[in-house]
Design a protein around this ligand. Sequence first.
Ligand code: UDX
Length: 450
Amino acid sequence: LPYNMKIAVVGTGYVGLVTGTCFAEVGIDVTCVDIDENKIENLRNGILPIYEPGLEEMVNRNVKAERLHFSTNLGEAVKGTDVVFIAVGTPPGQDGSADLKYVLAVARGIGENIDSYCVVVTKSTVPVGTAAKVRVELEGALAKRKANIEFDVASNPEFLKEGAAIDDFLRPDRIVVGVGSERVEEVMRRLYKPFLLNGHPIIFMDIPSAEMTKYAANAMLATKISFMNDIANLCEIIGADVNMVRRGIGSDTRIGTKFIYPGIGYGGSCFPKDVKALIKTAHENGYQMKVLKAVENVNETQKEVLFNKAKKHFGNDLKGKKFAVWGLSFKPNTDDMREAPSLIIIEKLLAEGASITAYDPVAIAEAKHTLGKTITYAKDQFEALVDADALLVVTEWPEFRSPSFKVMGHLLKQKVIFDGRNIYDPAEMKQIGFAYYCIGIRTDHEEPVA
Ligand code: UDX
């Protein structure tokens, strides 16, 4: 092999695919494995299961260079590798805890097939203690084979943001690796060396601390958002402007300017799931996460704020009203609909007898899986406005930021906007005669709500 290292990445979901492709990009021989034959066949043909800016091009380039391979054969893929990443799903069970059956099945499969020393790394977000369980599965499988092959486990949480995953991977703020020996540390340092050239730190620690770091990071970010949403709601009541308050506090470097934007609640595949899982882990260990429970609670109610404003505006009667919805995905630059606030808002509007025409630049196909024919989908953002009684801005896609309000005023039946992402200027909206509602700034039409 012309390459310095050979790795396998098991699971071609979001995390696995980005991880495998980025390692190939820096010149490592990578095989991505999945049990879904269809998915693997598509990937070989350059068809990706997810939308992520820049990824398709990078996959195709590395497949062509024969550094990136796709396979359904776990046994073949793990032979002769230095590192095997486990990046399969950990769907939340009914009680909110992560279901480890896929992770442990892969661990068994690795144990049944490896032929030389390798490091088995958990990359999926997994509860504290999972790497230890992975070790037990591998030991069991190796004992059954009566094979005397050494291996190590490590925990290497990912901090990728959807929509910016490639950049986050290639230029990480930090790389966290939980290890139990110097031998593993050396392998992992060698693997990540291409990403450390610009001074990005790799932080080694014990395995439970690495597993905990991922949850603590996401829980802290979710807390910042819920805290700001709480402050925003209070700003409306007392007549303060949350944008000013945000700038006022963000300039304190201890607080920072990021992740303090109020909105309609956090969504996505990570924050809701990880906050729930951490509360659950604590509870199982006899401890109550009081702050996180409040964070979750604020988020649930925040998803209803825009709906409540709409209901109030129309005198509690939404029957027969037509709404335009701009944005369906949980945030811009992704087609991910998981835990998207749009789903709650739409469900509540429909339950009141309203009708909805929605537009999203990339998430419509994905949204149809859940919403089906309960709403209509527009071909572009302006078509959605035709004869609508109001517009709801649900996701802050860049193209929604500076539309022609004149055109919008003509298309809409009533000049009413409920903006869940604060992308317009309340003063300008007032001047051009729109009834404008946003988050954390009480506008003229609003009474203080308690
Ligand atoms: C997040 C973490 O950022 C990432 O490190 C982790 O690995 C996975 O979870 P992601 O879910 O892709 O990534 O989305 P992110 O960009 O962090 O946004 C999460 C949610 O918070 C979105 O719903 C967004 O609208 C909301 N948000 C974000 C706010 O409401 N206000 C903010 O100031 C920032």
